[in-house]
Design a binder for this molecule. Structure first.
Ligand code: ATP
Length: 207
């Protein structure tokens, strides 16, 4: 089933719209890049596609069915900073407890040591915690993944390794990926196509 964002518009606090009449379609197993100047609304669009926030106008659908805020969302979002999406008071075992699927196998795939499950999020490195978030997103019910600048805290070698694993597992399960990044090289290497959310503003051009 395709993921559709149709005629999307959103603005915060009745301000100027970040985007209007925006359409996007992602196919199962497809890797789509999302690029645009800082502040143009890439994360916001990701949150709308993953059901975190409702668009002012438009609809997000998986096949024919609109995405709802209730229950498990088949569009999972992985955030830039893993500590913003994990309760610091939970041990990592608890963080992964609601996940459906073969946890041991997924952890092994992302090189997560089972001994770390007794630790709190603050007791693993940022890169390790991000790999927990990635593993958690590969729930058996996940059909699409929105990856928002997810490897910016890693060195080049680790980035490449993690993306190789993500892409392999996504392709195996026919999961579609939306990769949000400022990194042209990464997008060119990974993606089947890249969408530009908006043209650069004057301030960005001058920089
Ligand atoms: N909760 C919020 N309330 C009000 N404004 C917000 C909120 N979240 C984001 N914004 C604003 O909306 C705009 C778009 O933010 P968003 O994070 O979607 O952009 P982005 O393209 O992902 O940026 P970056 O590339 O820098 O991560 C920014 O100007 C931001 O300050």
């Amino acid at each position: 089933m395709n993921l559709y964002g149709e005629n999307l518009a959103y603005s915060y606090c009745n301000g100027d719209p970040l985007f209007q009449g925006f359409d996007i379609v992602i196919h199962p197993g497809e890797i789509v890049g999302l690029h645009g100047y800082s502040g143009c609304g890439k994360t916001t669009l990701g949150k709308i596609l993953a059901g975190y926030i409702q668009p002012d106008v438009g609809v997000v659908k998986l096949g024919e069915a609109p995405i709802t805020a209730r229950g498990f969302c088949p569009v999972q979002m992985i955030h830039q900073h893993p500590n913003t999406s994990i309760d610091p008071r939970w041990r990592l075992r608890q963080v992964l407890s609601s996940m459906r699927g073969n946890l041991a196998q997924t952890m092994e795939w992302f090189e997560l040591d089972p001994a770390w499950l007794v630790r709190y999020p603050g007791e693993v490195s940022g890169g390790e915690l991000q790999r927990f978030c990635v593993a958690r997103a590969f729930d058996d019910r996940t059909r699409y993944l929105v990856a928002d600048e997810i490897t910016t805290m890693m060195d080049g070698l680790l980035q490449a390794k993690l993306w190789k694993r993500i892409v392999a597992l996504a392709q195996e399960r026919r999961i579609g990926l939306l990769v949000i990044s400022h990194d042209h090289d990464l997008l060119a290497k990974l993606c089947d196509r890249v969408i530009q959310l908006s043209i650069p503003c004057q301030w960005s051009k001058a920089e």
